[in-house]
Design a protein around this ligand. Structure first.
Ligand code: HEC
Ligand code: HEC
Ligand code: HEC
Length: 189
């Protein structure tokens, strides 16, 4: 009985690995490529290219952040030698105490892919709290929505942006306030 279940499981794993390329549309059916064109037999199918990369559940089904972090891909960082490549490891909380968990904006994961100038200062002022965000604008393809839902993970993945519990933030702020009050009292002569 148990052995039968194991065999079934193994068949399932093999089948799902085998079926994986089918998760991506083939070029001749993607509505973008000419199925009669001579190039169609020369081009690599998306499934062949993408199935080996760390999987994701949304968008084009690849976690591009994990793809870089794991070394599965190693994209060229710059075309021109004079381009300064900068990765900034800094998280910013940009929305708190709403109906949703707070939004954590991670610089690191974006600057693995993007230059500072892609966002600063035309799109976002480089100062915490200086920008006025709105979910409506984002859903309309502005602000974060300029990229998310277009070239990076889609807006249906609410919890990837709304990832920090408001209760935890409140507790953190209370602890910080208590610590600075204690420091102020301690500093008194
Ligand atoms: C790409 C990042 C991103 C994604 C994905 C995202 N949001 Fe937001 N959301 C934001 C930002 C940034 C704000 C801050 C706007 C503000 O300060 O009011 C926000 C604000 C909100 C607000 C208003 C503030 C609040 O908490 O009441 C709601 C409601 C909201 N989002 C719901 C959603 C829902 C539901 C989804 C998924 C369908 C979603 N969001 C997906 C970035 C995102
Ligand atoms: C994908 C867009 C994006 C990219 C790329 C980006 N930033 Fe930011 N940056 C933001 C957002 C959003 C904020 C928060 C603004 C706010 O809170 O209103 C921010 C805030 C900042 C701040 C303010 C921090 C503070 O505590 O006040 C600095 C400094 C900054 N960024 C520098 C950089 C540098 C340097 C780079 C390149 C290495 C970079 N950023 C790349 C979006 C980006
Ligand atoms: C200029 C394009 C651009 C803008 C604008 C942008 N992002 Fe991103 N973001 C990316 C790219 C590219 C990645 C890395 C690839 C991916 O995860 O899809 C990324 C990754 C992320 C991640 C990490 C995902 C992970 O798997 O670790 C979060 C969270 C995020 N963005 C939130 C935001 C929020 C919130 C905003 C608005 C304040 C925003 N982004 C604005 C391009 C952008």
């Amino acid at each position: 009985m148990r052995r039968a279940a194991l065999v079934l499981l193994a068949v399932g794993v093999v089948l799902s690995a085998w079926a994986a390329p089918g998760l991506w549309k083939r070029l001749e059916t993607d509505g973008l490529h000419d199925p009669q064109g001579p190039g169609i037999t020369q081009l690599q199918q998306p499934g062949d290219a993408l199935q080996a990369l760390p999987p994701d559940t949304a968008g084009n089904l690849v976690s591009w952040v994990r793809a870089i972090d794991s070394g599965a891909i190693n994209p060229r960082t710059n075309l021109f030698p004079e381009t300064k490549v900068r990765v900034l490891d800094q998280d910013i909380i940009i929305a708190r105490y709403g109906s949703m968990p707070a939004v954590k904006f991670p610089h690191r994961q974006q600057t693995l892919w993007l230059d500072c100038a892609n966002c600063h200062d035309q799109l976002f002022k480089a100062k915490a709290g200086a920008n006025k965000f709105s979910m409506t604008a984002i859903l309309n393809g502005e602000q974060c929505g300029l990229c998310h839902g277009a070239v990076s993970f889609p807006l249906t993945e609410c919890n990837r942006c709304h990832s920090v519990s408001n209760a935890a933030l409140r507790a953190q702020e209370r602890a910080a306030a208590a610590a600075s009050a204690a420091a102020a009292t301690g500093a008194r002569p």
